[in-house]
Structure formats: structure tokens, C-alpha cells
Design a protein around this ligand. Structure first.
Ligand SMILES: Nc1ncnc2c1ncn2[C@@H]1O[C@H](COP(=O)(O)OP(=O)(O)OP(=O)(O)O)[C@@H](O)[C@H]1O
Ligand SMILES: [Mg+2]
Length: 408
């Protein structure tokens, strides 16, 4: 049983389930989200999709009862802790909900790691009365503000002065809790891990290209980053300590860090595989199957990736495609050039023509993403950037008065 999943991988999980004599039931709020993967991934008859309001524990419960016997459960990105608790109460093997709760609360996580000596920085939860000067006096300027449990880099801003802070206050959604953090300076990476029985194995390091500040929009991901042996050993030790410290004893984790001049500094821990097509890219470059591992984990079997040899046989990159301005998505052109481009580029749409892109400051403005390969991560990345240059994301202007086109 999978309560939602990512844009990519549900078909591969269904095939892995079939190989293990199981059926995969997917509870999905919006089954159309999975249509591209199902159409291209060969899910076969082992996938049964149920349309269910997955924000509602009772609706999930009804769906679980209707299915009957359930041997294992897979979940992803459960921001609603009620659903997380409910699923944990079923007693099926899975992640420790307390640990997921801790890593989802960025202020609490930062405080926890600071006390444990694993983060030099601290965070301050912002209140309605926090002023720029108080925060700057405590954290130094510039500092960074971000939603306490956000995703997609939405509303993450660098605050250089009182003017930036006032602009952030104007734009920030009032219902959201924010945390201010010391501004970490250096390139962003992620360490992709798998933990089983409390033992963490690093699968590899992913690199990232971000937009210019003051926003932190992700533009390119590449895997696996070649690091000097000593740096890699330092990361392996560091991530083992971090995940043990938060009580994360089972599952994939996608932990972002900034390589500062004084070592890795944590940005956030995502208690799941990385998003978009990165899970597949990791599988293909290492010759492993992260989706089969997910099914094995749900069935309480030690996944083969804990013992597999992890020697990269190539690199992969994912380029996120944004329009040049906000607007109503019209089309993505140039796709026919991809067939001739090296690196086997494949395009995966996230939005459909007619969808409104209100902001291009964060990943929610992404029209789609392009996966590309190469003999090394560097070549995959160059193939990806070159191939993405052939594509144009076309938008119609948003009406600045009255209603948006899509709402009329
Ligand atoms: N303290 C910090 N110092 C410098 N940059 C930071 C800091 N915290 C976050 N960032 C930058 O902001 C980006 C988004 O922050 P974070 O990952 O915590 O939020 P998010 O919304 O979960 O992002 P995403 O879903 O895009 O990973 C990070 O990728 C990083 O580039
Ligand atoms: Mg992040």
C-alpha cells in the first residue's frame, strides 16, 4: 500500500511488488499526477489506484479497510502529522514517526543538532513582533528566513536589510510559521542515504545549481559528485551521526548541506528519496533499484542495497525548467531536438498548458524537468544544460487586474 508517492517510480514499485508476489495499492488524492509515470513506466496489473483524500485520516482508514490485508506501507512527504500518526498506529513496519516529526520542524531540528554539537548555527522562530534589528543582532546580517516546514524553496529569502525584511513580511503567507537562520555560505549538496536497523549507508552525494539570490530556486541536480576520499569519509561520518542523533533508523533520506569553509552545515533532512526523477537517476548510475528497496522495506525484508557494491557506472543530471516570467503556461517547444542530443535526455512535464505559474522564485514555478545521462556526473550535467537550452517554456502574460485567465 502506498499513500501517495512521487512523480516518478510508482510503476517501478508496482513491478517490484509483482516480482515479490504482491499487489501495490496506491491511494492518491489526484490520480492524474501519476498518469505520466503509469503511461511510460509499465506498471502492469500489479498497480491498483484508489482516489482518496489522503489529507483525511478517516478517508485513508476507509480505503485501507476496503483493501483488506495489508503487508506493508509506503508513504512520502506526509506534512500532515495526523496522517503520519494514524499510519504509525497501524503497527506496520516503517519510519519512526517521532523522528519524522523532528526533522519536519526546522527550528526544533536546528536546536536539537546545535545542542548535540552537530550544527554550529541556531535558528530563531519568528513571531509577529520580531523586528529586523532584533534578528540581525542575534544572527548577524544578512540572515535567512524560511518556512518552518516548507518545501520547494517557497518563501525562502535572504534578508540583507530592514527593507528586505519588510518585503518578506508583506509577501509571507500569514498562516505559515517562519524560522530565521544564520546565513551559510558555500555550494549546496545533498547526501543520499539508506538506513536499515539504525545503520546508515551513503549512496552518493548530489550537487546543486541554484538561482541567483535573494531566492534559492533549484535549477540543476547532478549525481554522483566525485569527492576526494577524505571529504567523502568526513561526510559519511557526519551523516551517520546526524541521522542517529535524530533517531532515524529506517529508510531513505535526502539531506541537504552547505559545504562551508569549516565543513558541512546541515540545511534540512528530508526523510525520503529525493524528488522528481532523482531516485531513478541514482538507481541507474549505481546499478541498484531504490524502488525495489522501498517495496522490500515495506515488507520488512533487508533491501539488497544495504549490501550491494556501490560503484558509479556513469552520472545523471536533472534540469528544472522554468518560464522566463510568471504567466499561464502555453507550451514547451523544442522537444523534437532532444532525440538527437547526447545523454538520452527525456522530458517530464509537471504542469499542463493552461496552468498558472504565479511565481518563478521557487520550484513551484517549474513547468517540467529534463533527465540526462553521461559517463560522469560532470558530463551528464553539461549534457543536461545543453539539452535544456534547446527548450523554450512559453507563457501568456498573467492579467494584473481582475481575475487570472484560468479563473475566469
Ligand atoms: N541557513 C541557510 N543559509 C544559507 N542558505 C540556506 C539556509 N537554509 C536554506 N538555505 C537555502 O535555501 C534553500 C531552501 O531551503 P530548505 O531546503 O530548508 O527549504 P525547502 O523549501 O525545503 O527547499 P527544497 O524543497 O527546495 O529543498 C536551500 O536549498 C538552500 O540553498
Ligand atoms: Mg531543501
Amino acid at each position: 500500500m502506498s499513500v501517495e508517492w512521487m512523480m516518478v517510480g510508482i510503476s517501478q514499485m508496482a513491478r517490484a511488488a509483482a516480482e515479490r508476489g504482491a499487489l501495490l495499492h496506491l491511494l492518491a488524492k489526484n490520480p492524474a499526477r501519476y498518469a505520466h509515470d503509469i503511461a511510460h513506466g509499465g506498471a502492469g496489473p500489479a498497480l491498483v489506484v484508489h482516489e482518496v483524500d489522503t489529507d483525511d485520516p478517516q478517508a485513508i482508514d476507509r480505503a485501507l479497510k476496503a483493501v483488506g490485508r495489508i503487508d506493508g506501507l509506503v508513504t512520502v512527504d506526509l506534512y500532515d502529522m495526523r496522517v503520519l500518526d494514524h499510519l504509525a498506529s497501524l503497527g506496520l513496519p516503517g519510519q519512526d514517526p517521532e523522528s519524522v516529526r523532528l526533522v519536519r520542524d526546522k527550528a526544533r531540528l536546528r536546536d536539537h543538532l546545535h545542542r548535540a554539537g552537530l550544527s554550529t548555527t541556531t535558528g530563531i522562530p519568528l513571531t509577529a513582533s520580531s523586528g529586523w534589528r532584533d534578528v540581525a543582532e542575534r544572527l548577524g546580517a544578512p540572515f535567512l528566513v524560511k518556512p518552518n516546514s516548507g518545501a520547494g524553496s517557497a518563501h525562502v529569502r535572504l534578508i540583507r536589510d530592514a527593507k528586505d525584511f519588510a518585503a518578506f513580511r508583506r509577501e509571507a503567507p500569514p498562516a505559515e510559521e517562519f524560522v530565521a537562520e544564520i546565513y551559510l555560505v558555500g555550494p549546496l549538496f545533498s547526501v543520499e542515504t539508506f538506513t536499515w536497523d539504525g545503520q546508515t549507508r551513503t549512496l552518493g552525494i548530489g550537487s546543486r545549481i541554484l538561482s541567483p539570490e535573494p531566492a534559492f530556486r533549484e535549477e540543476v541536480y547532478a549525481f554522483p559528485t566525485a569527492l576526494p576520499e577524505q571529504d567523502r569519509a568526513e561526510i559519511d561520518t557526519w551523516i551517520g551521526q546526524i541521522l542517529a542523533s535524530v533517531g532515524y533508523t529506517r529508510g531513505f533520506a535526502h539531506t541537504e548541506f552547505i559545504a562551508t569553509g569549516h565543513g558541512p552545515e546541515l540545511v534540512e533532512i528530508n526523510p525520503r528519496l529525493p524528488g522528481v526523477s532523482i531516485g531513478r537517476a541514482i538507481s541507474e548510475t549505481l546499478g541498484i533499484d531504490v524502488y525495489a528497496a522501498t517495496v522490500d522495506m515495506a515488507l520488512d525484508h533487508r533491501p539488497a542495497i544495504m549490501d550491494a557494491e556501490l560503484r558509479p557506472r556513469g552520472g545523471a543530471s536533472v534540469v528544472f525548467l522554468y518560464p522566463p516570467t510568471p504567466g499561464v503556461l502555453r507550451d514547451v517547444t523544442g522537444l523534437d531536438a532532444l532525440a538527437r542530443h547526447p545523454g538520452s535526455p527525456s522530458y517530464h512535464p509537471q504542469l499542463a498548458p493552461g496552468d498558472v505559474i504565479r511565481s518563478i522564485d521557487d520550484q513551484y514555478g517549474m513547468a517540467g524537468f529534463l533527465t540526462t545521462y553521461g559517463a560522469t556526473a560532470e558530463l551528464a550535467l553539461l549534457n543536461g544544460i545543453s539539452a535544456a537550452g534547446r527548450l523554450q517554456v512559453l507563457v501568456e502574460p498573467l492579467l494584473t487586474f481582475g481575475l487570472d485567465v484560468a479563473e475566469r
